[in-house]
Design a protein around this ligand. Sequence first.
Ligand SMILES: Nc1ncnc2c1ncn2[C@@H]1O[C@H](COP(=O)(O)OP(=O)(O)OP(=O)(O)O)[C@@H](O)[C@H]1O
Ligand SMILES: [Mg+2]
Length: 314
Amino acid sequence: MIEVETSEEVADAALSRQASMLDGGRSEEMYANPLTADDVSKQFGGGPDFGRLLPWKRSENGHKGPVQVLQGVSFEIRRGEIFGLIGANGSGKSTLIRIFSTLLLPDGGEVRIFGYDAVDESSEVRALINRVSADPSFFRNMSTLENLLFFGRVYGLSPTEIKRRVPVILGRLGFEVEKAREPMSHLSRGQQQKIAVARSFLTSPVLMLLDEPTTGLDPRSKRDVQAFIRQVQAEHDATILLTTHDMQEAELLCDRISFIAGGRIVAEGTPLELRERVARGRSLDAITMETVFMELTGKSIEEDEEREEVMVHG
Ligand SMILES: Nc1ncnc2c1ncn2[C@@H]1O[C@H](COP(=O)(O)OP(=O)(O)OP(=O)(O)O)[C@@H](O)[C@H]1O
Ligand SMILES: [Mg+2]
């Protein structure tokens, strides 16, 4: 018989884990700041131009310069909020999330997670965050339950704790426990996406980085995941960074939203503040987030960003 842990117990455990991690001279001020990004920049590509040295290797369009993907991104996420990062394809959202989750080094700037430096104190940072990416990887021949058991153990949970939490989380996500006994290769992409969300919330991390957690989900599943995210925020004192292309979702879930275009933050505020910014006398109800995005970024969310190329000097 599987015991079901109440949400209060889960919240208490998460909070005490958080408190013990944040001890050791960390001030209340740091504790209040889940994430601070200061002037973060990142470029990809470039490298040596072999075409100049080896003429037979020269390509038709010459050497491609490096691509400046993030250009001085700064923002702060406050404790307990859902912060939305909205931008077109290629605008740099996933790159930023990969930097926050210590998977990628920034070229410049500073990222602090609860006061810890994401580059110099990456193991402390990793203990406090969890990331859901749009392409989650699992052991496809193992069942959902086996996968969750495995990843739960990797995150340092005991098997008893995992067995207690999994049915609660799956239930909240509207995922049948029976289905969870089948190999993950039998699951649709959307179902796997739900399991990725379930896995990331297994440990009640204090900062969640959700990169398009609802992309590709049917409307019902989307609502399940959205409700789950809101519930976790409310009950577990979690702070959540969310990227999405769904403006309604952003409006529904996010306390504050940042628009990113061409690797720069172009606007930031509560959904209401952003609407007010473009209203110019129009009724706020008549302004959709799509309109706000278009007016503030000069682009539609569906449009692909142009890559901005920079030359490396020296
Ligand atoms: N490893 C890499 N090497 C080279 N270029 C990269 C790499 N990763 C990302 N890029 C480039 O950086 C830019 C930003 O990519 P990123 O994945 O951060 O965008 P995104 O905002 O998450 O887009 P989407 O909405 O499509 O998920 C793109 O132009 C992409 O081609
Ligand atoms: Mg992305």
